[in-house]
Design a protein around this ligand. Sequence first.
Ligand code: IMP
Ligand code: MG
Length: 229
Amino acid sequence: MKNIRIIALILAVLMVITTFAVFPSCTVKPGGGSGEKGAEIDNYQEGGAYMNADFSRILLTEAEIAGKVREIAGRIDRDYENRQPLMVGILKGSFIFMADLVRAMKTPCAVDFMAVSSYGKGSVSTGAVRILKDLDTSIEGKDVILVEDILDSGLTLSYIIDLMARSKPSSVRICTLLDKPERRKVPISADYPGFGIPDEFVVGYGLDYAEKYRNLPYIAVLSPHIYNS
Ligand code: IMP
Ligand code: MG
């Protein structure tokens, strides 16, 4: 009888050891499941790339962004039935949004990019727009959809639209993931706006501060101490 108890005990210990060997990541952590805004910061920190202290908060989670991208793609699909728009991504900020958006669309489309620079390394617009890379294709007679990460002062897009008008496209519409209407310096609005956001400097999902944070899968508010230092 005693032997049976000892064998049962050894078996139980062996079972526990095997479970942890096979499922080493099954440890439960405080702070809730994924999808929570706090949990996303924690998960990202585990990768070791950026410190939690760089952000004051998460503004939009991966899931919220994905939902919005699907919604915008659906609207474009409805509006461009039987047409093939030319999606023009404004680099670099729009590269992730553009990639997700065209994959969420059912409408066949062509893709091109323009690179402009308006901010340099700072977080305040200088108002100066420089064309760093022009379009590869002619836009004459085409239905252009400009794809931007964020509509802020509006200076960049109004400059690009004026420039494009000379090449006689059939139509030009604006699609932007983020919109800061409070900051507008010129009267311009998006045909496909994603999220209206408050006047705070945000990073992630393509948006940078001094070329950092573009690869965050979510959008966070940058802590002012980062750009004030
Ligand atoms: P706008 O010409 O002032 O409308 O500026 C648009 C560009 O400024 C965007 O494409 C971004 O590259 C940049 N920008 C504006 N606000 C932010 C922000 O909060 N975070 C990161 N980049 C921003
Ligand atoms: Mg940009």
